[in-house]
Design a protein around this ligand. Structure first.
Ligand code: ZN
Length: 324
């Protein structure tokens, strides 16, 4: 379906300023059903950057982030199992960040931007690193404090109470694809980091095999929450333009890539989506759906490992440091 009017009214490409676009898909919120509004995914005809169009207004953006978007609210038995699983798969993130911090000569705070309920910071703190978190959600920041014991504030990175050159690490897991001005976020991180501090960024990668296979059903598009769908080359360039040099890339994420595969196959089985949508289901049905979903995650493992092997992971983690 082609909508020529979108090519005339859409603002210039945020990466290269070109004004020529091709519409790739028309989609709505398949995952959480927060809206029925249709959005386009536009591809820049010059640099190929993919992005959502139109970008939701800041005033309505909130509505697309349902309550419970970032953590499981009731600590009952089923959720405790889920929490145990989340801890297990987060070890992968912790390992990546720990390695980065140990190779750096900087000592200081590790700031997690978009910290959610703070589980990642809790695990990092257990390894002896001083940590703090930021989140847009007041509820998320208070859960991080109360349940996970990590200092967290509800703030925008530009107004965060963090002085220049105080951080040994700034981490942003699945943040930059959600914000209007990712370059400004990277500039803030640059300012907060000590000279040999480390920036860790994770985003979905639109150059992955999952996108080729699932196309408009690829979970990484996450309409209308992902404003920009970075390819590996787009995010590397953006990080370098903000004054960083790339040190390391990791194309396999135990937490994100096999689960992304499972959700791409069936959004209806995604446990978080079922919870957010308030799907009514008895205990047995819930258990069966959870089991089938888990089987899909396991089935996605070899695929996720293979795409990672060819540097085409469906999410990528990047370590960078300030240019010397
Ligand atoms: Zn462009």
């Amino acid at each position: 379906m082609s909508h020529p009017e979108t090519t005339n009214t859409a603002p210039a490409c945020p990466a290269c300023d070109a004004r020529e676009f091709k519409e790739r898909f028309q989609l709505t919120d398949r995952l959480y059903h927060t809206t029925r509004e249709q959005f386009s995914i536009l591809e820049c005809k010059v640099c190929g950057l993919l992005r959502l169009y139109p970008w939701p207004d800041a005033a309505v953006l909130d509505r697309y982030y349902p309550p419970g978007y970032w953590f499981s609210p009731q600590p009952d038995t089923a959720h405790r199992l889920e929490e145990a699983y989340r801890r297990l798969v987060l070890r992968d993130h912790v390992r990546f960040v720990r390695t980065a911090l140990r190779h750096s000569s900087a000592h200081g705070l590790v700031l997690d931007v978009g910290c959610g309920g703070g589980l990642f910071l809790h695990l990092l703190h257990e390894e002896g690193f001083p940590v703090a978190g930021l989140d847009f959600s007041f509820e998320a920041a208070s859960v991080a404090w109360k349940r996970n014991g990590v200092p967290a504030v509800c703030a925008n990175l530009g107004h965060a109470p963090v002085s220049a050159e105080t951080c040994s690490g700034v981490t942003m897991f699945h943040v930059l694809e959600h914000v209007y001005d990712p370059a400004a976020y990277l500039e803030c991180a640059h300012r907060m980091l000590k000279p040999d501090g480390r920036l860790i960024v994770q985003v979905p990668n639109a150059e992955c095999w999952q996108f080729r296979v699932f196309s408009s059903r690829w979970n990484g598009l996450d309409v209308p929450r992902h404003l920009i769908n970075f390819r590996r080359r787009d995010i590397l360039r953006l990080i370098e333009l903000a004054g960083f040099e790339i040190i390391r890339e990791k194309h396999f994420s135990l937490r994100d890539n096999p689960a992304g595969f499972a959700t791409s196959v069936s959004t209806a089985l995604d446990p978080m989506a079922r919870r957010v949508r308030g799907v009514k289901e008895g205990g047995a049905v819930r258990l069966v759906k959870d089991l089938v979903y888990f089987c899909l995650v396991v089935a996605g493992l070899p695929f996720a490992a293979l795409e990672a092997l060819f540097n085409a992971g469906s999410s990528i983690m990047i370590e960078a440091r300030k240019k010397q």
